[in-house]
Design a protein around this ligand. Structure first.
Ligand code: 5RP
Length: 240
């Protein structure tokens, strides 16, 4: 069975958790897109949906879901979002879709957070997936040097690399300095850190946050209340 079928199962199961009248955080990525589609199909009354990216906003708008913003709806009942890795205690790596900052803002404003993923995302140790780190573009190479120092302090030898667009996407962009870099919805850059194994995610999260120029990182710790994992047989439910 394909990962996409597992993602669809997880997204559809999550949509059943939403009730009429709720304010719902809409995640970003292919799994979250399945959730958004299943939610729209339910046609629930009086929903308010807060998207975590422009891409999700566009999808939700096209499907007729009522959109709101974090400014207008600062208290979210339930956020449903994907993840790149789901580790022990529902510690997560997120940001493969470069939406980690808005995602974390929406997650932290949510009474309940539900992570949805295909079975391959569940890992024993975080870090095989490169950890996304969102960085202000101004002086980003000096910020990258300080990120490398922090990674080295965590026995991670490989420096983080700035994320670039695919060659096609890059050539479609207006030529200007740095145009080849992926930009987040907030206009920042993403550095991906190939950690291998993250032995102390909480300490790494704290250390990265202290670096001037780092806006946010993709470690989502103590935020997910439950996970719905799509499998070949149906879905598995995980709690921290
Ligand atoms: C976007 C994310 C996504 O949730 C994560 O990358 C998973 O994506 P997908 O559901 O497409 O596998 O964090 O920033």
């Amino acid at each position: 069975m394909s990962a996409d079928t597992q993602k669809k199962r997880a997204g559809e199961a999550a949509a059943l958790r939403v009730e009429a009248g709720m304010t719902v955080g809409l995640g970003t990525g292919s799994t979250a897109a399945w959730f958004v589609k299943a939610l729209a199909a339910r046609n629930l009354a009086d929903l308010r949906c807060v998207p975590t990216s422009e891409a999700t906003a566009e999808l939700a708008r096209d499907l007729g879901l009522p959109l709101s913003t974090l400014e207008d709806s600062p208290r979210i009942d339930l956020t449903v979002d994907g993840a790149d890795e789901v580790g022990p205690g529902l510690a997560l790596i997120k940001g493969g879709g470069a939406a980690l900052l808005r995602e974390k803002l929406v997650w932290e404003a949510s009474a309940r957070c539900l992570v949805i993923a295909d079975a391959a995302k569940v890992v024993k140790t975080l870090g095989a997936f490169a950890l996304p780190i969102e960085v202000v573009a101004f002086g980003h190479k000096t910020t990258a040097n300080r990120i490398a120092d922090v990674l080295a302090d965590h026995d991670i030898a490989m420096p983080a690399r700035v994320r670039t667009a695919s060659p096609q996407a890059a050539s479609d962009r207006v030529a200007s300095i740095g145009a080849q870099y992926v930009r987040t919805d907030g206009g920042n850059l993403i550095y991906d850190a190939k950690c291998g194994a993250i032995h102390d995610p909480a300490r790494l999260a704290d250390d990265l946050k202290l670096i001037t120029g780092v806006v946010e990182h993709g470690l989502f710790l103590d935020l997910a209340d439950e996970a719905i994992i799509g499998t070949d047989g149906g879905v598995d439910l995980l709690t921290p």
